[in-house]
Design a protein around this ligand. Structure first.
Ligand code: ATP
Ligand code: MG
Length: 551
């Protein structure tokens, strides 16, 4: 796979480390917690870690950071593996943090023996209150001076399950007056009587992220541990754990800006809320910013990779316009997706001067921008469907589509002229009667006269019924000051289903086949098509955009 990302500060660091001989080869890791499905923000981290290692002939581990049994599940493990593979990356090793629980426990015992950790009976609330603030030093725990022997015995009893959740914790003994609040005796272990997806009921104490993560990196020999900016203040603690636990490998943590995109929530917790509260139809709902949702919507791995490379790796948080993501899927599909016609809101047209019982096959290019995609044959006969929108009985000025007395071109076919209208009892137009001009066949070189409008159509006798699902952003944008929950900003019109027709050529298309429907945009065959035995298309993105890549 081509790796086109440009230079960034992490590459400079790695380059320097290799040059100075600080490391012989680099190891990065992507460390998701299996507590939800991956979203496009994770894709940025995946692409960054795998491509950085790849560029410097290093390795990347996929490591499940599964230290919180309550929220984790093997369903998430499986989905994460699938998504990383689908994005196009192969991990060199697959690890589970939970496989290191025994070693982590031993390292905690080492800290206790060195007088660097103690068992504290304070409640979570008390610990929070005694931590102090940016302007106030913290208060020492009354349990801080327990003897090494007492701490060893209590920690062992914690492991044996003698205490209830929250009754005791193991804390690092660092500095309650540190200007960095993370260094004020952080909690290293907590009690949780819960069944773990990997270790079952073997453990009832679990390491906290700040203790577990550096150990995981060190155990695996990770050299460059890349995380998002909010962990910058945790770096001194990361280094403290590595040093005090006397780890042989010394990994280093580097931070980069997390990806935010307009109109998208980018947090597993919030996405899970959308799923649990049935605001969406599962993690892979095509409106979700999850990898599985984007895939079902019709995004390609290549488009996501190119998007991630373009936004690059920065040190400052920013919000990327969702139009940029759309730009990359259009770019990717432009030459790849066959172009064909679909009518989403059909209006029947009878061509009164076309012979009854005649069907002719018209030749059309599959992709005028990519001649290699060849041609196809489209049936044409006396009855066709056009879009309701392409006809107006009383058009405004400059309307160039069909109206009584006007002539338009049918894409790939003939000129037709509207002569009369059929209405139902309510006055709604249900059919048009038109005539066609056989001289005007597409590709015949006809130059007799010009028309201003070209509209698309499908042959009524052979058209294949299809369902089209049209999407708008799920979340309406919020001001930064707006404190209301994102759930109050759900777009009530994020989803519309319409029934129409496609050309018979694509009748046998399969889930994940992608097309450009003339004038409507890019569409993807939804996996439900197989089960429901009918064609269901998700609109990936419309055709037009004013978006331009920054120069
Ligand atoms: P969330 O808040 O959505 O649960 P997380 O950071 O808690 O995200 P993890 O499973 O812990 O989720 O993340 C795995 C990796 O993905 C981490 O290294 C994290 O820094 C990175 N990551 C998560 N969200 C983003 C984002 N929006 N942009 C870039 N990287 C991200
Ligand atoms: Mg997390």
């Amino acid at each position: 796979m081509e790796n086109k990302s440009s230079s960034n500060f992490l590459k400079n660091i790695v380059n320097e480390d290799l040059k100075l001989g600080k490391v012989d080869h680099i190891i990065t890791r992507f460390p998701p917690e299996p507590n939800g499905y991956l979203h496009i923000g994770h894709a940025k981290s995946i692409i960054l870690n795998f491509e950085l290692a790849d560029e410097f002939k290093g390795k990347t581990h996929l490591r499940f950071d599964d230290t919180n049994p309550v929220k984790e599940d093997t369903e998430y493990v499986e989905s994460i593996k699938e998504d990383v593979s689908w994005l196009g990356y192969e991990w060199d090793n697959l690890f589970f943090a939970s496989d290191y629980f025994e070693e982590m426990y031993e390292r905690a015992v080492l800290l206790i023996k060195k007088g660097k950790a103690y068992v504290c009976d304070s409640t979570a609330e008390e610990i929070r209150r005694m931590r102090g603030s940016l302007t106030e030093v913290g208060q020492k725990s009354p349990y801080r001076d327990r003897s090494v022997e007492e701490n060893l015995a209590l920690f062992e009893r914690m492991r044996q399950g003698e205490f209830k959740d929250g009754q005791k914790v193991l804390r690092a003994k660092i500095d309650m007056a540190s200007p960095n609040i993370n260094m004020r005796d952080p909690v290293l272990y907590r009690i949780a009587h819960a069944t773990h997806h990997n270790t079952g009921d073997k453990w009832c104490i679990y390491p906290m992220y700040d203790f577990a993560h550096p150990l995981e990196d060190a155990i695996e020999g990770v050299t460059h541990s890349i995380c998002t900016l909010e962990f910058e203040d945790h770096r001194p603690l990361y280094d403290w754990v590595i040093r005090e636990c006397e780890m042989e490998n010394v990994p280093h943590q580097y931070e980069f800006a997390r990806l935010n995109i307009t109109n998208m929530v980018m947090s597993k917790r919030k996405l899970k809320q959308l799923v649990d509260e049935k605001v969406v139809d599962g993690w892979d709902d095509p409106r979700m910013p999850t990898i599985s949702g984007l895939r079902r919507r019709g995004y390609t791995a290549e488009a996501i990779r190119n998007f991630a490379r373009e936004i690059g790796v920065a040190k400052a948080d920013s919000v990327v316009d969702s139009k940029m993501l759309e730009h990359f899927i259009r770019e990717d599909l432009k030459l790849k997706a066959p172009r064909t016609m679909a009518v989403l809101d059909p209006l029947k047209v009878l061509i009164t001067n076309y012979p009854e019982d005649q069907v002719e096959m018209l030749e059309a290019e599959n992709n005028p921008e990519n001649p290699e995609m060849g041609n196809r044959q489209i049936p044409f006969s006396r009855e066709i469907y056009i879009e309701q929108d392409d006809f107006m009985e009383n058009p405004p000025p400059k309307y160039h589509r069909l109206f009584p007395g006007n002539e338009v071109r049918l894409k790939n076919a003939y000129f037709i002229k509207c002569n009369s209208i059929v209405k139902d009892e309510s006055g709604k137009v249900i059919e048009l009667h038109c005539t066609y001009d056989p001289e005007t066949k597409s590709g015949s070189g006809f130059t007799g006269r010009k028309v201003k409008g070209t509209i698309h159509w499908v042959d009524a006798s052979q058209a294949v019924p299809a369902e089209f699902r049209l999407y708008e952003p799920l979340i309406l944008d919020q001001d930064e000051e707006d404190e209301t929950s994102f759930l109050e900003h759900i777009n009530p019109k994020s989803f519309e289903i319409v029934q129409g027709f496609v050309e018979p050529n694509i009748e046998s298309s399969k889930p994940q086949d992608k097309f450009q429907f003339f004038r409507h945009g890019y569409f993807n065959v939804d996996p439900l098509s197989t089960k429901q035995k009918k064609l269901i298309f998700n609109r990936i993105v419309s055709l037009k955009s004013s978006f331009q890549l920054p120069k």
